[in-house]
Design a binder for this molecule. Structure first.
Ligand SMILES: [Zn+2]
Ligand SMILES: [Zn+2]
Length: 111
């Protein structure tokens, strides 16, 4: 009996050198490579279908939720953001005015 042998959480094969995922599951190397990927943020092994893409790198949900150092530089400041929103609503109002005006023009009745 070898108590150190664990079974892979994916293929259920006994593995002597199990790879631990971020949530503590044990995997064989093959399954780890096939179904899991390494989070670019915390380095944990995460299921590929649960990983999210951030700046072209796969990250776990936790890391996606927290802004990394890159995000701080790329994120719009609140001032920039509100300026954009103001610009957008101004354009929107203008478009609406134009729309109303063109609708108010009397339909040319045939003479
Ligand atoms: Zn496996
Ligand atoms: Zn992570």
């Amino acid at each position: 009996m070898d108590g150190t042998v664990q079974s892979c959480a994916e293929c259920l094969a006994p593995v002597s050198a199990a790879v631990s995922t971020q949530n503590g599951a044990s995997l064989c190397q093959e399954c780890a490579e096939q179904f899991y990927c390494t989070c670019a943020g915390c380095g944990g092994l995460i299921p590929q279908d649960e990983a999210g893409l951030r700046h072209g790198a796969l990250c776990c949900v936790q890391c996606l939720g927290q802004p990394g150092p890159d995000d701080a530089a790329e994120a719009l400041s609140e001032a920039e953001l509100s300026a954009l929103v103001a610009e957008f609503s101004r354009l929107h109002a203008e478009a609406k005015q134009l729309n109303d005006r063109s609708r108010q023009q009397p339909a040319s009745g045939g003479t």
